[in-house]
Design a binder for this molecule. Sequence first.
Ligand SMILES: [Zn+2]
Length: 254
Amino acid sequence: MEDHDVPGAAGLFEQALCNGLAVIVEARWPGSEVDSKGRVKSAKVLLEVIAAEEARAGRIGPVLALEEPGAAPPVVGECIPYWDESESEPAVHVEIAVLREALRATAPRRHGKLSEKPLEVKHIDSLAKLDTHPALNSLHGEYGELSVAKEQVRDLWRRHQAENYLGMLSEAEIGRRVLAAQDLLPFDPKDRLISLGLQECPICDQESLLVEHLDDFGIGIGAGTCFVCGYYRSEAVVDEAAWQFTWLNRWKYE
Ligand SMILES: [Zn+2]
């Protein structure tokens, strides 16, 4: 089945986008985030809801600036016009056009290849912009995972890039780089011992990931850049991996 060819990044991206949009729609138009059976609508439909509601208020365009959801309209007779009315800053910018394009890019293709239409940085940036919404900042639990999911999407995108790049390298070139990676370590054996060193890269399986930072949980997973395939493993990714590891092995510490 072609469904198996859908990159993991696409699924994660859609899930993160769907979660983010559901929170935003629920905060502003409560009830509109779910269908008649109480299920959360898809990211595509949630974007349509936002576009339609904003169009009803006379706002259309590729980017919609939604205002603070808690800013209730002033009650007539109880406040002085233009004085008591607070100037509400836009809470979030929803880049409708870019997000629609991203969803088209992540949609499964019948005869497409994995790398035919990868997610682009602008798509992920556009998803990240939703995170400024106060309803998302204050939420915990399921929706609070949005920033983790976003970083995972970025990581999958970086893995995808590194895999593509690795495909261009010959065995001889990979071997040369593995040796050359040793030169990145301090020359003095004593300094070498205390340096964070090289770790095995999860993309090219070579001992060539130059570590710049170790996870905050003391597991020893290194963040850094691979000298062979260029994969960059971020601090957020290693902390999340270390947290997962600690959680899965928590019985050992009890
Ligand atoms: Zn690598």
